[in-house]
Design a protein around this ligand. Structure first.
Ligand code: OGA
Ligand code: MN
Length: 303
């Protein structure tokens, strides 16, 4: 059933009907129909590029226990901050990149800088990993295969976790996925972490996606939902171990990263000397997803 839905939404000819895709951007009907429930969040002041949490719209998807969705809580400046971090910084050594095993990037050169000169390089990046590196072949994390986890994204994730009552969450591994308009991510569960109770945090920026989430086996029919720029998806409780996938990237006509907004002193902002246009060009055909995991159990200090 999962594979069938994946194929259906991935198909170019014929293209899928998107009528059944949940759009939490328009929550009214979904709330009325009992498909989602609004969760109450305590007040806290804006930080990490996020709006004050009293302005967040947090929903649980009723058919998937523990699947939480925060509708874009980032300010436009906040989105730009995290986007530039993903493109300029998280894509650098000592982080691991899918292109490390090719010779496309000469040693000591940064992907983003070289990509400005050579579009082929720019379009070749698919993922970066840091913290405990995800091993794509063995799917096993190891003490030997890790690098420091950037403190900004670690702290931002911890903060979001605490707002939702997940106290004690520690970000220990992350994958940044770089998608283009024809990219997909096939159905999988994330089960390499020793701690399968700690939720998964997924932050998305740029173009929209169709996200499929099913059950613990591939026999269950998944639900399809849109993920737009700035949205945060949290897979906790039962949904933590459920099959999920991204069968389709959808070009958006809503670009919150370009919205005008006044820069407040509490807001994160990108360096004024940064020329935004190259980032904007990249985003016009790309989606960035930061997928953050806790690997160790509470009190465990190493693998
Ligand atoms: C992953 C993942 C989902 C997404 O990286 O494991 O499930 O929305 N990503 O890109
Ligand atoms: Mn996943």
């Amino acid at each position: 059933m999962f594979r069938q839905s994946f194929k259906y939404y991935k198909s170019k000819d014929p293209p899928p009907t998107l009528e059944e895709v949940l759009n939490i951007d328009k929550p009214k009907l979904l709330l009325n129909d009992g498909i989602i429930t609004k969760l109450q969040i305590n007040k806290s002041s804006p930080q990490y590029g996020l709006r004050s949490s009293e302005d967040w719209e947090v929903y649980e998807i009723n058919s998937h226990n523990g699947l939480i969705f925060i509708k874009n809580p980032f300010t436009p400046n906040g989105q730009r901050y995290w986007i530039t971090r993903c493109l300029k910084d998280y894509s650098k050594k000592p982080h691991k990149l899918n292109i490390d095993s090719t010779n496309i990037l000469k040693t000591d050169k940064d992907w983003w800088d070289e990509g400005q000169i050579n579009k082929k390089i720019l379009d070749s990046l698919r993922w970066a990993t840091f913290g405990y590196h995800h091993n794509w072949d063995t799917k096993i994390y190891s003490e030997e295969n890790q690098c420091p986890f950037p403190t900004d994204i670690k702290n931002m994730t911890k903060y979001v976790a605490e707002q939702l009552g997940f106290n004690g969450f520690t970000a220990e591994a992350a994958i940044v996925n770089y998608y283009h308009l024809d990219s997909t991510l096939s159905g999988h569960t994330d089960h390499s972490e020793q701690n399968l109770e700690a939720p998964l945090f997924s932050f998305s920026f740029g173009q929209s996606a169709i996200f499929l989430i099913g059950g613990k086996t591939i026999d269950e029919k998944p639900s399809a939902m849109y993920i737009h720029s700035g949205d945060i998806v949290i897979m906790s409780k039962d949904s933590r171990q459920c099959y999920h996938a991204v069968p389709k990237i959808i070009k958006t006509n809503c670009e919150p990263w370009n919205d005008e907004c006044e820069l407040k002193s509490s807001d994160l902002s990108v360096d004024k000397n940064i020329h935004w246009e190259p980032f904007n060009n990249y985003l016009s055909y790309s989606r960035i997803n930061i997928n953050v995991r806790q690997v160790l159990n509470r009190g465990q200090i190493k693998l």
